[in-house]
Design a protein around this ligand. Structure first.
Ligand SMILES: Nc1nc2c(ncn2[C@@H]2O[C@H](COP(=O)(O)OP(=O)(O)OP(=O)(O)O)[C@@H](O)[C@H]2O)c(=O)[nH]1
Ligand SMILES: [Mg+2]
Length: 450
């Protein structure tokens, strides 16, 4: 149970004026402090109307008092909630009164941190609380709620079970290595290993999708000058952010706009049109455009729909970073007299749109959702963070190493060690192997009172 001897206090409701305001206390003194402020402590979990008084006995506010004795509380410690009016001044006076009789103001995320340290929730669930609070779309909120419910943790745990089985098998084989039986050449082992790798790959895909809902997608607009990149940025942003002119080579600086496209958070990056130029300013713009492309997760290759798709387009596309996925967007269909359309050709998905008239923008947004794995109706099962994906990538590395060791049947001890490291990487997600430093960083990003 909790090793904390101090009692923390914070306003749990959002800052500002409101109908109600909640002050929350957690720690061994929570009950005693609340009893001083409210007279007596009500029975556990029973809302009771009380006057709240300062140390001199003067009434500050009145409201409901709720007492949750340990361990049946959010933090696992004694918790008291004072639900008064949403008056910033009354709440401040109440908090001061609590601090005058032994409480300490909580750091950001400290309630969640205590809940984690007392095993009420794991680390992925604690992060999901922050993600739910910060959710910018209904989909992101639902996904965060599923992670808070433990969906991500359950999936990680299932994979961990598979790895534990594997590890037991390999370590068992080590014990019998003097015997004639070729344990490590066993079909069963390679099948189990293959299944674990597939399970991990599936989890990585879903976690990547869960992360996109939270962290969004970096999408770069690229193509030759004057094809309508900046016009498209302005159109999707619904504001005049980038300069648009009919002169080729207008955009020089890299512009980043954070947008929410029907629930999908994206950063749309407008860049200079790509061409050979003698102008040193434009050349610098193009150099920066190429740098921005290196960091993007998707390129929208914009072109003028009036021109036929030529070798020149092909050549220009070939200069984009090789691994960068791309959608080809034929713009200005209003001038070309073409209908909006989505088609799949050899070069990939192609869209026909007009950034000026808005035709085809629905198709474009749908294509971006599809790319992010958010098709209509199909939602990400749970929210995830970069930290989780990094841990899964480390797990994959060690699992692949283990597979290689088992394949060449040399040094099975090393295979067992790689499996142990793979499990350790998974443990970081739920916090079993988290360092203090990691915990500090995660909870510091929470808001106060959570
Ligand atoms: N009719 C029509 N005109 C468009 C469309 N998209 C862009 N334009 C026009 O094309 C010209 C160039 O647009 P920009 O958005 O500046 O093109 P850009 O690709 O950003 O060009 P650079 O910054 O020079 O690389 C402007 O005059 C726009 O009004 C479109 O869909 N239809
Ligand atoms: Mg431009």
């Amino acid at each position: 149970m909790s090793a904390h001897t101090d009692t923390i206090v914070a306003v749990a409701t959002a800052p500002g004026r409101g109908g109600i305001g909640v002050l929350r206390l957690s720690g061994p003194q929570a009950g005693a402090i609340a009893a001083r402020i409210a007279g007596t402590l009500p029975p556990p979990r029973q809302a009771t109307l009380r006057h709240f008084r300062d140390v001199r006995g003067e009434v500050i506010d009145q409201g409901l008092l709720l007492y949750f004795p340990a361990p049946h509380s959010f933090t696992g410690e004694d918790v008291v909630e004072l639900q008064g009016h949403g008056s910033p001044m009354a709440l401040q006076l109440l908090q001061q009164a609590c601090c005058a009789i032994g409480a300490r103001a909580a750091r950001p995320g400290e309630f969640s941190e205590r809940a984690f340290l007392n095993n009420r929730i794991d680390l992925a669930q604690a992060e999901a609380i922050a993600d739910l609070i910060d959710a910018a779309s209904a989909q992101a909120a639902r996904a965060a709620q599923r992670s808070l419910d433990g969906e991500l943790s359950r999936r990680v745990q299932q994979l961990a079970e598979s790895l534990i089985q594997l590890r037991m098998y390999v370590e068992g084989a080590l014990d019998f290595s003097d015997e004639d039986v070729d344990w490590l050449g066993d079909q069963h082992l390679s099948a189990q290993l293959g299944a674990a790798q597939a399970q991990l790959a599936q989890l990585q895909r879903e976690a990547a999708q869960g992360r996109r809902l939270r962290e969004g997608l970096n999408i770069a607009l690229t193509g030759r000058p004057n094809v309508g990149k900046s016009t498209l940025l302005n159109r999707l942003a619904g504001a005049d952010v980038a300069i648009v002119t009919e002169i080729a080579g207008t955009t020089r600086d890299v512009l980043r706009e954070h947008l929410n496209l029907r629930g999908l958070p994206i950063t749309l990056i407008d860049t200079a049109g790509l061409r050979d130029s003698e102008d040193p300013v434009e050349r610098e713009g193009i150099r920066r455009a190429r740098l921005a492309l290196e960091q993007a997760e998707l390129a929208l290759f914009i072109r003028d729909a009036r021109e036929t798709f030529s070798d020149e387009d092909q050549q220009l596309m070939a200069t984009l970073p090789a691994q960068l996925p791309r959608l080809i967007v034929h713009n200005k269909i209003d001038l070309a007299g073409l209908p909006p359309q989505r088609c799949e050709r050899q070069a990939g998905v192609e869209l026909f749109i007009s950034a000026v008239s808005g035709q085809g923008l629905d198709l474009l947004i749908e294509a971006l959702h599809r790319f992010a794995g958010l098709q209509d109706g199909a939602e990400s099962a749970f929210s995830a963070r970069s930290r989780h994906l990094e841990a899964l990538a480390r797990c994959q590395h060690h699992l692949d190493q283990a597979a290689a060791r088992l394949q060449d049947r040399q040094l099975p001890e090393l295979a067992a060690e790689e499996l142990r490291l793979a499990l350790e990487a998974l443990g970081e997600i739920t916090g079993r192997f988290g360092s203090e430093d990691l915990l500090g960083r995660i909870f510091a990003s929470f808001c106060i009172g959570k």
